[in-house]
Design a protein around this ligand. Sequence first.
Ligand code: PGA
Length: 235
Amino acid sequence: MPIIAANFKTNHTRSSTAKYVSLVNNYLKTNSTSDVYIFPTATSLDYFETVANLHIGAQNAYATQNGSFTGEIGTEQLDEFHIKTILIGHSERRHILGETQEMIAQKFQYFKALGYRIIYCVGEPLEIKESGLDATLQYMQTQFEGIDLSYENLVVAYEPVWAIGTGVTATNDDIVNVHQALKQQCSKPLLYGGSVKLGNVESICQLEGVDGVLIGTASWVAEDFIKIIENTKEL
Ligand code: PGA
């Protein structure tokens, strides 16, 4: 059974998130699946009572308990809602928000020390992909600097930057090649992300080395997301 994760990015409100979580949770009460993750916006985080395999996570947080970091949230705010799962290294934070590998590694160390489940994202931009597989793998090595790949609560997500939110999914060969190489380096669950949708999720989840998917755009309608879980739960 593949791991299925929904990244809301800057979508949904507090009330629509609550409805969404409730719909997914109700579905999971009567269906046996692997881990399902939902990453709402920071303002929509809450204490949701869910089945054991539904995890609500933070898309981001600052490496602090509290303090003076205007615009950020720390673990004090996450603890209020019992949140112990976080996305780190997402390409939008790297490329739009300007997080450096050094900042990302520091964040990783901080949340690792607290035992958080970390979904750690890596992936190459288009110009690197166009230089070939070796260049792509080399590029990803720089995204593993300072990251403990043996951390017990780690899930890695391979998300090529050029495939995120573009409708252009990596080919099966692209995915298998990268996943096989990453699997030699890291024994943790490995997700694929980048324009995953209802129409391609089953075939992607069946590829060698793919343990699940991290979905943005196609996860934002609860019924679609539930259908994705439904269509992959027997795999
Ligand atoms: P997408 O986003 O499914 O919209 O391509 C994936 C992600 O950013 O995690």
